[in-house]
Design a protein around this ligand. Structure first.
Ligand code: ATP
Length: 303
């Protein structure tokens, strides 16, 4: 089967608020899909619907090609960590996993120890959760979501609030789970920069709507080096560029032209524009930062 997860116009309304608005996403096996959106964009609500924690107002979704309500056991094949893990703080890391295993009707102690090793908590298995650092709690939360041996992992903002070291550890763990266990992962964040280091594909969610989707390669291309040029006549400038055989360009804010090819030929471009009576007001080679790209997509200042 081609897609492990497929949503079709998935929608959730809370009274007048449309938290998730007709979102259709298809995720292939083995992908790490980054769902990016600001606070309140609808990421958590989207995950909650997939995890069966809230009911869609409209739309459908299927996991492994089947609607989950028809095959409730399918839910075990999804591991979920939404916001903060639900942990018993006065119990040890190991006992938290054990409770999860019992709740799922599983009895494989060795696997629980293996999970603790996998998330780097083997030395701390007897330590009470309240003594673990935030990053450790988050990794334990991921171990909890792996108890059912899922094929698909939904991680909602797993790096939120972590220090740089904690972020690196979670990132490495996610990469390992993807490579070594072949788990398909959907991870949300409001920081595109962070996801850009691990995701293979991205979706931007804004006001509940999926406004863009692109692969890692496309992201690199969109944020890559380019010539940025302002001229006295942007429309005519585009015609001149086309005549020069330049097709990889886009016009931003109706006046700035970004050119993504022939980066060493700024001089020729200026000359050609001048021949056509177009004045170059400014020209520079720029590299758009990922966050700027994301802000441009979602329109407006950082929250
Ligand atoms: P955050 O990162 O802040 O959690 P998010 O992208 O996960 O943001 P959601 O938590 O899904 O966004 O919220 C989407 C919208 O739905 C917001 O406007 C939020 O206020 C609203 N919302 C979420 N849950 C409820 C609820 N139970 N009742 C009413 N409104 C809700």
């Amino acid at each position: 089967m081609e897609y492990l997860l497929e949503t079709d116009n998935l929608t959730k309304k809370y009274g007048n608020i449309t938290a998730v608005d007709h979102v259709s996403i298809k995720i292939r096996r083995g992908e790490i899909y980054g769902l990016i959106g600001r606070n309140g964009a609808g990421k958590t609500t989207f995950f909650k619907m997939l995890a069966g924690l809230c009911k869609p107002t409209a739309g459908t979704f299927s996991i492994f090609g089947e609607p989950p309500e028809k095959t409730p056991k399918l839910r075990d094949r999804i591991g979920v960590l939404i916001e903060r893990p639900g942990l018993f703080y006065t119990l040890s890391a190991y006992n938290n996993l054990r409770i999860q295993a019992i709740a799922l009707g599983m009895n494989d102690d060795e696997y629980l120890h293996e999970l603790l090793r996998e998330v780097g908590l083997a030395e701390y298995e007897k330590m009470k959760v309240k003594k673990l650092s935030m990053g450790m709690k988050q990794r334990l939360g991921i171990a909890m979501s792996l108890v059912s041996r899922p094929d698909l992992l939904l991680l909602d903002e797993p790096i939120n609030g972590l220090d740089p070291q904690g972020i690196v550890e979670i990132r490495e763990l996610i990469e390992r789970l993807s490579k070594e266990r072949n788990i398909t992962i959907m991870i949300s964040s409001h920081i595109l920069e962070e996801l850009s280091k691990i995701a293979t594909r991205y979706g931007i969610i804004h006001n509940g709507q999926l406004i863009d989707e692109f692969t890692h390669q496309e992201l690199l291309k969109r944020c890559s080096e380019h010539i940025e040029i302002r001229t006295s006549d942007p429309t005519k400038s585009c015609t001149v560029l086309e005549q020069m055989g330049i097709t990889e360009y886009k016009v931003v804010d109706k006046s700035i032209i970004q050119i993504f090819e022939r980066l060493t030929e700024s001089g020729d471009i200026v000359l050609e524009l001048a021949k056509n009576n177009i004045k170059t007001l400014s020209i520079a080679v720029k590299n758009e930062a990922l966050e700027d790209y994301y802000l441009a997509m979602t329109g407006g200042a950082k929250q």
